[in-house]
Design a protein around this ligand. Structure first.
Ligand code: CUA
Length: 346
């Protein structure tokens, strides 16, 4: 039995280390902030359940022990009632609410969202120098990796990479309507508000992949505004940054070379950017390294040939109302070439 339990734990650990995506659940915590939120939630749930049980016991007790009725015009003995009101109606709620207020405040100062963080002596300071800026669009996430050295800045989309065990300051804003950035395994929600940048500090305590979701209704396809956080050890993270900073790979196969011509000559380049080419559109996801991403269409479709073809020709069937139109002008060969080009943009 003991051996079986051990085997189960080993398997579970292997699955986790193997990069399996964790459930998108507030009950599965892989960061200090989400752990604290979870602990506070459990504390509140148990506390309120206890209060509720005590209330019902008291109500039952009041009924069971009642003496006389109003109908009999007997004076009701309320002796001692003032003490009950003072304790149950004032003192206890005051203590409980004070504890919750302090715990909630501490949570916000330790794990800041909305532009505040705990300073060296616990004072509140405005957060500065975000490393990453995330911009919400209907219905995808633009992710800009910032750097004092402008040549090291780059943009990507829908797949957020983070180093493990290091807090990362992220500025969030919106390009159109209100969205809400939420990766339940790592932290609480933070709103993306047009014209009003907010901040969140994300820290993950374990390498792995954690899914996220827009958590504020932002239009018809709000549910399909998903994202993926990939948490890596520092070396892998640096290697990923280095690879992403490079311009798009120049195609070498005949098919991909033809595909690049289709891409640059067609409507794609008007909205999408592939760094190192004349495609400089900035209103749609940056495709410089689209081949390295696991998903397309804001983390809703696997990144493979079939879905890429389907997305290019029938985006509106997957996400109606999205800015990406159904592109029907390509013939079968052109479509295959185009997909071959996109896939090799690693
Ligand atoms: Cu964006 Cu909901």
């Amino acid at each position: 039995m003991k051996r079986r339990i051990q085997a189960t734990f080993t398997l579970a650990a292997a699955a986790r280390l193997g990069g399996c995506k964790t459930a998108q659940s507030t009950l599965q915590n892989y960061g200090p902030a989400s752990s604290r939120i979870s602990h506070l939630s459990w504390f509140m749930t148990i506390l309120f359940a206890t209060v509720t049980i005590i209330m019902w016991v008291l109500i039952w007790w009041g009924f069971a022990k009642r003496r006389g009725t109003l109908a009999e015009h007997e004076p009701i003995d309320v002796h001692g009632g003032e003490v009950w009101i003072a304790i149950g109606g004032l003192t206890v709620p005051l203590i409980i609410l004070t504890i919750l207020f302090v715990l909630g405040l501490k949570l916000l100062t330790d794990f800041p969202i909305h532009g505040m963080r705990g300073g060296p002596n616990g004072q509140m300071q405005t957060m500065i120098n975000p490393e990453i800026r995330i911009t919400g669009h209907q219905w995808w996430w633009q992710i800009d990796y910032l750097n004092d050295d402008v040549s090291k800045q780059f943009a990507t989309a829908n797949e957020l990479h983070l180093p493990v065990n290091r807090p990362v300051n992220i500025e969030v804003e919106s390009a159109d309507v209100m969205h809400s950035f939420w990766i339940p395994a790592l932290h609480g929600k933070v709103d993306l508000i047009p014209g009003h940048p907010n901040f969140i500090r994300l820290e993950a305590s374990q390498p792995g992949e954690y899914t996220g979701q827009c958590a504020e209704y932002c239009g018809a396809e709000h549910a399909k505004m998903r994202l993926l956080a990939v948490v890596e050890d520092p070396d892998s993270y640096e290697a990923w940054l280095e690879a992403q900073r490079k311009p798009g790979v120049q195609p070498t196969t005949a098919e991909a070379i033809a595909g690049q011509q289709v891409f640059l000559g067609g409507p794609c380049s008007m909205c999408h950017q592939v760094r190192g080419t004349i495609a400089g559109g900035r209103v749609a996801p940056d495709l410089t390294h689209i081949g390295s991403r696991q998903y397309i269409a804001a983390n809703t479709l696997d990144n493979n040939n079939a879905y890429l073809e389907a997305w290019i020709t029938h985006a509106q069937s997957f996400k109606s109302g999205a800015e990406m139109p159904d592109l029907t002008e390509f013939n079968g060969n052109q479509l295959q070439e185009l997909v071959a080009y996109l896939r090799q943009l690693q």
